[in-house]
Design a protein around this ligand. Structure first.
Ligand code: 4NP
Length: 165
């Protein structure tokens, strides 16, 4: 079976990208499409390798029925061949990931997550909640859920042949 491989990337891989990974898995599984996808996350930094997501990130996800158990890992250039889509949270992630790409095909795999957000406020980045309070973490959780719905729609349209039942 052909699987579509999606990697979410932020800086630390303990707040935004594991929240995005969990939200996208949740939406995909709710649509009974889990078999069609391989979904992972990574950080451009190495500060938190091996750690579970931030406690508040896990808490706000759990409130929405999403359990986050990813262990942080660092993005590496081999991820360009392992994944079809590399979904970054902000411009800084975008620059850091693009810097490791070896050609245009790899660069073309990198897209910013919030462009898919339903009812978008037009804000282009998923804001980093790490140095702020609970409200920022709640906001990120809402953004990643809305953006996941739009991302799934976009992928289904791009791969229409694969999703015909
Ligand atoms: P994330 O948030 O990129 O959404 O996982 C951060 C987590 C940790 C750090 C920065 C951002 N840090 O500097 O340790």
């Amino acid at each position: 079976m052909i699987r579509i491989r999606v990697l979410f990337v932020c800086l630390g891989n303990i707040c935004r990208s594991p929240a995005a990974e969990g939200a996208f898995k949740h939406i995909v599984n709710s649509s009974k499409l889990g078999e069609m996808f391989e979904i992972d996350s990574a950080g451009t930094g190495d500060y938190h390798i091996g750690e579970l997501p931030h406690e508040i990130t896990r808490g706000v996800a759990r409130k929405r029925g999403i359990v986050l158990d990813h262990k942080a890992r660092q993005f590496r250039s081999s991820d360009f061949s392992r994944f079809d889509y590399i979904i970054v949270m902000d411009d800084s992630n975008y620059r850091n990931v693009i810097a490791l790409a070896s050609d245009e095909t790899e660069k073309d795999k990198v897209v910013k997550f919030r462009q898919f957000e339903r009812e978008s406020s037009g804000t282009p980045d998923v804001p980093d909640p790490y140095f702020g309070g609970l409200e920022g973490f709640e906001n990120v959780q809402d953004i990643v859920l809305r953006s996941s719905e739009g991302l799934l729609d976009w992928i289904q349209k791009k791969h229409a042949g694969l999703f015909q039942s």
